[in-house]
Each structure stands twice: as C-alpha cells, then as structure tokens.
Write a protein that binds this ligand. Sequence first.
Ligand code: CTP
Ligand code: CA
Length: 222
Amino acid sequence: QDFLLPEQLLSGKKIAITAGPTREALDPVRYISNHSSGKMGFALAAEAARMGAEVTLISGPVNLPTPAGCQRVDVTSAQQMLDAALAVATEQDVFIGCAAVADYRAANVASQKMKKQGEQLSIELVKNPDIIATVAAQSEATFVVGFAAETQQVEQYARSKLAAKGLDMIAANDVSNSSIGFNADDNALTVFWPNGQQAIAQASKQQVAAQLLQLIQQQIQP
Ligand code: CTP
Ligand code: CA
C-alpha cells in the first residue's frame, strides 16, 4: 500500500476518538477534573479525517472548534463518555482513547450547593468505569488504541496497561516533561504493541497525530 497518499490512507475506515478531560460533579456548582486540553485528541480527529476516515469525536468539556469533517459528540462525565463510546464502538475499525478520564467520581453528588462547615472536609470517591478496557472487551473486531500518561517507568507502566486493558496498541507520553504534557502544543510518544514499539519524536500534536495514525494503519492493513 506504499503508493497511497496520506490523504487516502484511512479512506473507508471508521474511527472513534475520545478527547479532553471528564468532569465529575460534586454538587450543582463544583466538580473534579484535570488539565487535559483535548488538543491531542482533536489533532488525531483532524488528521484522521484528512486521511479519509469517517471520524466520531467524543469530547469532554474543552474549548476547541470541531475539526473539519468530524462528527462530534459532547459529554461531561466519565459515565456519559462510556455510554457514547459503547453506542458506536462495535461499528468502528479503530477506537482511540485519548481522553484524560477522571479515575474517580464523588460517591454521592449533593443535590444542593454544599455549605462551608468545619476546618476539614473529606469527600468519598468511587472508581469510574474504564472506558477503553470496556470497549476492548466488547468490540473484538475493533483495533483499540490507548494512551498512557506516565511520569516514571514509562515502558513498564505502558506495557502493563496494554495487557491489562486488552488493547492492541498504546501510546505513552512522559507527562513529567511539561513541554509535551497536558495542555502543551507539542507531544512526543513511545508507541507499544504486543510485538513491537516505535518512538515518535517531539513535534506538534498534529505531526505526532499523523505519525501515530500511520502506525495504526500499518497494523490494521499489514
Ligand atoms: N482510560 C479510560 N477510562 C478510565 C481511565 C482511563 O478509558 N476510567 C483510558 C485513557 O483514555 C487512556 C488509558 O486508559 O487511553 C490510560 O489512562 P491512564 O490514566 O494513563 O491509566 P489508568 O488506567 O487510569 O491508570 P493510572 O491513572 O493509575 O496510571
Ligand atoms: Ca488515570
């Protein structure tokens, strides 16, 4: 397939991508979230569409325009992101979990604004569902790609997530380096799959997205 131009590399392929943070309510006016900007997931969506894929972009709360040619589904919480993902996952050729899903949510969401009380406050949290692991378990024909945000032992933690979540590929980034971490304009990845790995050098998120999509394309059409 070497003769294919990048514009045609993913034509006819259906790709769903999660992007951005999730936001977990504590009460009607407060939430727990993280600093994910959504830039990497939106760059992947834009590049996949440019390469000819039919793209569904499942986005948490971000401040970014919808990339050309993508169908966007906006969600807030991890549970909503899971529901949106499962609604489309089995019909996808590729599912990429780029979202920074909140690992926990409040055990009880207060229906009224919480009032300030004593000097200390403890909030009980419960674990959120693992979206990408659920997609991988329920969509056997879909090539499922995760991200791994790590600050240390990147390969070891990424490979254990690859196996534990039943993924086909995982893209690890070292978020201890602030020039490529959350909210940065650049990224750099080390991509792992069961019998291989490939580094993608620091570049704009758009350039990194194009290279990751080419790696995915090589794996789905060897
Ligand atoms: N992920 C997910 N659902 C969750 C948590 C994570 O789908 N509830 C996905 C992310 O979108 C990413 C991958 O799992 O593709 C790895 O996320 P990461 O936060 O690095 O891993 P965790 O499994 O949450 O482990 P930890 O935060 O403890 O490192
Ligand atoms: Ca996590």
